[in-house]
Design a protein around this ligand. Structure first.
Ligand code: SF4
Length: 83
């Protein structure tokens, strides 16, 4: 069977899009740091806590640290929001 060029292009494009989507998902999963690596703890430190950090994402996560994050937690990557 003969496939015309435009059909072949569409097939190629669909394949590339699918490969890109898979790469994006796996990159996202690897992006975050494990809690142990940043000495994450479930309690504040010297008055500093996750809900005051620029990396905080309500209600219970963090832009850079993996897993469920307590708003009253803390880790060594803590960076205060501008007050
Ligand atoms: S203190 Fe650490 S875990 Fe908490 S929000 Fe900031 S970077 Fe994330």
């Amino acid at each position: 069977m003969k496939i015309d060029i435009s059909t072949r292009r569409q097939v190629l494009r669909a394949g590339l899009a699918a490969a890109g989507a898979v790469a994006a998902v796996s990159a996202r999963a690897q992006d975050k740091i494990a809690q142990a690596q940043v000495q994450y703890q479930e309690t504040p430190k010297d008055g500093a806590k996750c809900s005051m950090c620029v990396n905080w994402v309500a209600p219970n996560s963090c832009k850079i640290v993996a897993g469920t994050i307590n708003p009253n937690g803390w880790c060594v990557a803590y960076a205060p929001k501008d007050s």
